[in-house]
Design a binder for this molecule. Structure first.
Ligand code: NAP
Length: 563
């Protein structure tokens, strides 16, 4: 695949030889949004770059999450890369939220227009990475036995990409297809007329169920914890709406840059739910019930920090959810309460007809928490404490090892010989989610302790910082950066301190992946910086402007100094 025309600056890095005797200046892992942003940035910095991905196409999360109904929960027009004004103006989104096919098509378009394919190597799985102390760089090994070296290694593997496969007895006995939702069969799966089980009821299931229910014979959802679910309220991108966005895309991007969750929302709004009289509060809740996470941010400013405000919001959402389900018993089963956990202690899904699906005769809900816990999977189905359910297909929509999972999935060995997986057994320490002590010349895009935000915004802010750091090193003839232990301790303590002050800290009660509490192999941790994505982006800018005080720089001939 070759480019249809170079629409963005094609700097001297493109196609150039690597310096320092490495194969490349920069190796990137992951050809999703992060990988493409990295290629653009490295070309502009004059560095050679190769991005590897085990998938057979670009797309990152969208190359894997191909289940029916998979779509973005950020609105399409700001779930995109901003580095090329031409691409922003040329690309047209079909609707408010883009499906996985459209998002992947968009990323292919970016790769085409910027002639990026020559810097991307697909179907190449990295199985090991090791820091080369004597050379100040990295060697990666691929599944087929090749090895490649680079001065800098950049992970763009994503923060929700490594599937979490639960240990359910008998899983290998099932005779039909059984797979994780992020491994939906590439060639499709004929589920029409079949009996389908979905284990899990998170954002993935909420998107998948309405589509499956249309043609499957039966779909049964095995639910452990109910969710606060917000309506997506999908709608087409009309020509007028598109014109309005494109007339001032800079304003859209500035909103994202300045928002606590990196979204193009009009918040803060300057009012609190607890200070607003009940009737007025109800009117504001109701008027803003127009779809997306906007509702949480464009109604009141205290919903995620004040327990009383959160209770009011949680109750409003549950009332709205129950209105849409005909069977009161099912409605009750689908509804969390504030006493169970507050809104956003688990990431709320957005729905496209989830509740209406439960009004169909062929959709069933099984409460495996209180009523009939899961016992085992058999050759023909799923056994709970109450009965054996027969199925043709079982989908494990059981989530991900968030933030650290992809970086722990194969050995990434730093300067002490320890791997990231070993380092993160009990913590998720990092510096701003982009660097890790004892892992010199390694960058992570949206690593642990970065914010959870509209991902393209965070990715581009991270890549901007990475580019500035590499440019400094190359300009000044530096070979190695060592992330300072003290800076890592400070960021980790700061992240934990802020985390404690938010209602998201309640996530440990309900297995929230946002605290890694869905994993059985580790204790819950502060995985996410909740001080505001905008504050975090400021912090990255301040770091770059102050010449990266979190890092010690040296040449190879200088002795290592540990911060
Ligand atoms: P999830 O939210 O972590 O949900 C996993 C589900 O599996 C939960 O209902 C969980 O129950 C259940 N589960 C896990 N282990 C289980 C076990 N051993 N037995 C029974 N049930 C088990 O995962 P997800 O739905 O894949 O979503 C993860 C995140 O990915 C989302 O929050 C979102 O950030 C992202 N995502 C984004 C989009 C989008 O933007 N369009 C779409 C899908 C996903 P418990 O709750 O009781 O643990």
């Amino acid at each position: 695949m070759t480019g249809a025309g170079l629409m963005v600056e094609d700097g001297p890095g493109s196609g150039r030889e690597a310096s320092h005797g490495f194969d490349f200046d920069v190796i990137g892992v992951g050809a999703g949004f992060a990988g493409l942003a990295l290629i653009d940035a490295m070309r502009k910095a004059g560095r050679s770059v190769r991005v590897f991905d085990k998938a057979s196409d670009v797309g990152g999360t969208w190359a894997w999450n191909r289940y029916p109904g998979a779509a973005t929960d950020s609105e399409s027009y700001y779930y995109c890369l901003s580095f090329s004004k031409e691409i922003l103006s040329e690309w047209s989104w079909s609707s408010r939220y883009a499906g996985w096919e459209e998002t992947q098509r968009y990323l292919r378009f970016v790769a085409d227009r910027c002639d990026m394919w020559r810097d991307i190597q697909l179907e190449t799985e990295i199985v090991e990475a090791a820091y080369l102390a004597d050379r100040g760089g990295w060697r990666v090994r691929t599944r087929d036995g090749q090895s490649h070296t680079a001065k800098y290694l950049v992970s763009g593997m994503g923060m929700i990409s490594e599937p979490l496969i639960p240990a359910i007895a008998g899983m290998d006995r099932f005779e039909g297809p059984l797979f994780h939702s992020a491994r939906w069969p590439r060639d499709g799966l004929d589920y029409a007329g079949k009996r389908v089980a979905i284990i899990g009821s998170g954002a993935t299931t909420v998107q998948m169920l309405p589509i499956l229910a249309e043609t499957a014979a039966e779909v049964t959802v095995f639910q452990r914890t109910p969710n606060y679910i917000l309506p997506a309220m999908q709608k087409p991108m009309t020509p007028e709406w598109e014109r309005e966005i494109k007339a001032d895309y800079d304003a859209v991007l500035a909103k994202c840059r300045n928002h606590v969750f990196g979204m193009a929302f009009d918040s803060p709004v300057g009012r609190n739910a607890v200070d607003t009289p009940p009737e007025e509060r109800e009117r504001i809740f109701e008027e803003n019930w127009t779809g997306s996470f906007r509702w949480v941010f464009e109604t009141f400013d205290d919903l995620l920090v004040n327990p009383e405000a959160n209770r009011l919001a949680s109750e409003f959402i549950v009332r709205k959810m129950k209105e849409r389900v005909k069977d009161p018993e099912i409605a009750e089963m689908l509804s969390p309460t504030f006493d169970d956990y507050p809104l956003f202690a688990k990431r709320p899904p957005l729905d496209h007809g989830y509740f209406e699906a439960f009004n169909r005769d062929n959709v069933h809900l099984v409460d495996i928490n209180k009523r009939e816990p899961l016992v085992e999977i058999t050759e023909t189905g799923i056994r709970t404490t109450e009965k054996l359910y027969a199925f043709d297909i079982i989908v494990l929509a059981t989530g991900f090892k968030a933030y650290t999972g992809a970086l722990e999935a194969f050995p990434i060995r730093g300067s002490t010989g320890e791997t990231l997986a070993e380092k993160w057994r009990t913590s998720s320490a990092s510096i701003m989610g982009v660097c890790v002590a004892d892992f010199p010349n390694l960058f992570v895009v949206t690593g642990p302790q970065a914010p959870f935000a509209n991902l393209p915004t965070s990715i581009e802010q991270n890549v901007k910082w990475i580019r500035a750091c590499i440019e400094k090193m190359e300009r000044e003839g530096l070979d190695v950066f060592e992330p300072r232990h003290e800076a890592e301790r400070e960021w980790t303590a700061h992240t934990a301190d802020i985390h404690r002050q938010t209602l998201m800290a309640e996530g440990y009660k309900v297995n929230s992946w946002m605290m890694g509490a869905n994993r059985e192999d580790k204790p819950p941790r502060e995985l996410i910086y909740f001080g505001g994505a905008n504050v975090y982006y400021d912090r990255l800018d301040q770091s770059a402007a102050a010449d990266f005080p979190e890092l010690d720089f040296r040449t190879l001939s200088e002795r290592r100094q540990v911060g």
